[in-house]
Design a protein around this ligand. Sequence first.
Ligand code: G16
Length: 545
Amino acid sequence: MERIEEVANRLHPRTGTKFIQYGTAGFRTKGSELDHVMYRMGILAVLRAKLKGATIGVMITASHNPEEDNGIKLVDPMGEMLESAWEKYATELANVNDSELMITVKKIASKEQIDLNSGTSPVIFCAYDTRPSSIPLSEAVRDGIEAAGGSLCNFGKLTTPQLHYMVRCKNTDNCYGTSTEEGYYQKLSLAFIKLRQIQGQTQKYQNTVVVDAANGIGAEKAKFLKTYLKDSLNIEIHNDGTNGRLNYLCGADYVKVQQKAPNGLTLKAGSKYASFDGDADRIVYYYVDNGGTFHLLDGDKIASLVASYLQTLVSESGLTVNLGLVQTAYANGSSTDFITQTLQVPVVCVPTGVKHLHARALQFDIGVYFEANGHGTVLFSDAVTEKIRSAASDVNLTDKQRKSASELCIAINLINQTVGDAISDMLLVEIVLGTQDLDIENWDKMYTDLPNRQLKVKVQDRTVIETTDAERRAVKPAGLQENVDNLVSKVPNGRSFVRPSGTEDVVRIYAEADTQQNADKLAVEVALKVYDLAGGVGDKPHLPL
Ligand code: G16
């Protein structure tokens, strides 16, 4: 511990004065501005590990952001996001001067009653994505861990959800799975192959998926996975990083926001496509119909498909289970109507950020959560997992009930319950489509999305926007919400909201309406209000988009 300030001064000084905040998914900014933040997060990870008496994870990634950005987030013992109460410590520690570093560490330790001299040397799991800045930044994390008396277990390149999985495995004595990359592929592929074997004959379903891997880490990892899946799923990988920049004109975020195919793929009618994001924690599906029109199946459609599958299995197994679904304000209005009215599954809305969805999903026996951007998973409470396991071998139940409970047991092993995982979600979607014998067009017919548009506006200071009601209403700056309400009232089926991004220096605008033309117009009009009332910079938003 006594080396903390000396190492900071010598190797990782805070050179600028720019304030940085632990946001939606940790710290995120230009990779060149993060060296001191990385060093300090190595220290914080050791403090957290000492408090919890457990292994903590550190993931270095800026996920969907451009290649020159980078970021860091801490992973808590069960593989979940860092507890929000600690986000303020992270922000404080990242922003103090070097001379205040040790005082701040001691302050956090004293508040949390952490014994800095306990003599234990906690292990910190660290991994990173494919960005050029990731390896040097991981060295700063290592220095922070070691200066604080911890030891580093460096996994090198992993997807974000793989690191979350490893942390949970380690802290559950490998009951959740083996904390190695091979253990991850083995667990998922075993469950996938078993579910494939019990699935009936299919006519419409095709077991090929063409994947745009965003030129990110998901490409390499999906290639490994293929060797475990054998011929149970045919994955064709494009945008694998050999010939393109990370997230540039490709990947899940690009496809979702632009509502068009990524560069690097030529879509053919009759084929099924999916895009991962840069660190493979998000996935969206899409296809073109015979007329050449592009159709997107985003996180809302994945959530609907998965919820319908789980609900069927639960009801066939005769179990009483509290199944619910968590969305954010970005969820398409049609999806919420379908899930609540047709599936009869309750839906709750929370602010953007997987950490919020995850926390709310834990309150259900089975909590399905997905952001519209394709980030999500399913959580099973310990009690319901046990109930399902017992039902699978309960001789008092019918064969059909036992069979459905067994299928649920296997599905639990296919799902990465720590965080959204593009690879695990893809396998789950393929199983549901196979089980229900659906092609992508039929899946798409579950409901029809309301036309929608997302825009972003650069402002001088995005924190001038403050929101309430799960980000559905702006309370600051004055007058903005009244203007949004007024614009929305003029459009059939109109809905719109604005919120500051937690991962990019922008304000995000969402609008939906009865037609694409109206959704685009509403989005631009709301964006203009943001520009005028919240200090917009650069070009004014305008039509055509
Ligand atoms: C992160 C978060 C997501 C969030 C997204 C966009 O995704 O994990 O929960 O939806 O950022 O957040 P914002 O609108 O605040 O910029 P990722 O995939 O980039 O880690």
